[in-house]
Design a protein around this ligand. Structure first.
Ligand code: NAI
Ligand code: A1CAB
Length: 271
């Protein structure tokens, strides 16, 4: 499977995360190319992962067996239409798109009835601890297996049966690293107010998050049971957790996740 040539169109944050995971998992760097409209990110990818790069999307698409679309959703139509105009044979290649929001039907309007996988990774893919949602359209079993192989180094893969679930996984995993970073940022701020310096506050908060997540993954207990283990009767945790609860944490989280889904649905209509 490592013989297939994989080209990324767009070499930003998410492309870097996936490329890092592929290379770390042993995908040959000579079979990965990244194209971007400006040079600095390409030079950094070359330096860090020894992949090939190009300032031309068409050159990358011509070279590739598999084309991974990794530009922002707002750029996607222009990129796809230009690819089809300059590399008509790209229609025969396997496409993967990382973009939020845009449904398969939109790519078919721009590129024809292509074989396409919508992938929704998240940034912890960079360190092999990501979650990637995947929805295939018109793909063979081999192509599905190949895309699973591409993302194998990113972490957990979840194949979805309904396209609408991609919007749900955006809320649950795609956007979610930002929720945790926001929570940790708030904790760091308070820790600093309490007198810890910025470096130690960040490290303490991140280590606590890592410890909690690792325990949750390794334990049979639910999140609620693990929380109960920390919460002594009449103790300090009870006061903190009651404050979260009284101030509506659960509803706030649900509202935020629903807002992410609503935005993905709106993008499908407006982009
Ligand atoms: N950042 C994240 O956590 C996640 C992002 N995504 C999706 O991944 C895609 C990329 O997002 P990011 O990497 O965060 O954005 P980014 O802005 O970091 O990267 C996009 C890259 O595309 C390049 N670009 C723009 N127009 C271009 C063109 N015409 N030809 C070639 N390159 C062009 C930009 O220079 C930039 O380097 C988006 O569609 C987003 O929805 C999906 C899951 C998570
Ligand atoms: O914020 C966004 O739209 C993208 C998709 C999921 C994470 N980042």
């Amino acid at each position: 499977m490592n013989d297939n040539r994989v080209a990324f169109i767009g070499a930003g944050n998410m492309a870097r995360c996936v490329i890092a995971a592929m290379v770390k998992a042993g995908y040959p760097a000579e079979n990965i190319m990244a194209a971007n409209r400006s040079e600095p990110k390409l030079l950094a990818l070359q330096a860090d992962f020894a992949i090939t790069t190009s300032l031309s999307n068409s050159e990358a698409a011509r070279w590739a067996d598999v084309i991974i679309l990794a530009v922002k959703p707002q750029m996607m139509q222009q990129v796809c239409e230009q690819l089809l105009a300059e590399v008509p044979e790209c229609q025969e290649k396997l496409f993967v798109t990382l973009a939020a929001g845009l449904p398969v039907a939109r790519y078919e309007a721009w590129l024809g009835e292509i074989r396409l996988v919508r992938a929704m990774p998240n940034t912890p893919s960079l360190v092999g601890l990501g979650v990637t949602g995947l929805f295939p359209s018109r793909c063979s079993n081999y192509e599905r297996a190949f895309v699973d192989h591409i993302f194998s180094g990113t972490g957990m893969r979840v194949w979805l049966e309904q396209e609408a679930q991609i919007n749900h996984i955006i809320a649950v995993t795609g956007s979610a690293p930002a929720y945790f970073f926001y929570f940790m940022q708030a904790m760091q701020q308070k820790a600093e107010e309490l007198g810890f310096n910025s470096t130690e506050a960040k490290a303490m908060v991140a280590q606590t998050a890592l410890g909690a997540a690792t325990m949750a993954l390794q334990s049979e207990h639910s999140f609620a049971e693990l929380r109960a283990q920390v919460t002594s009767k009449g103790g300090t945790t009870h006061e903190a957790v009651t404050t979260f609860s009284e101030q509506g944490l659960e509803q706030m989280v649900a509202n935020a996740m629903q807002a992410a889904i609503a935005r993905a649905e709106a993008m499908a209509k407006t982009l």
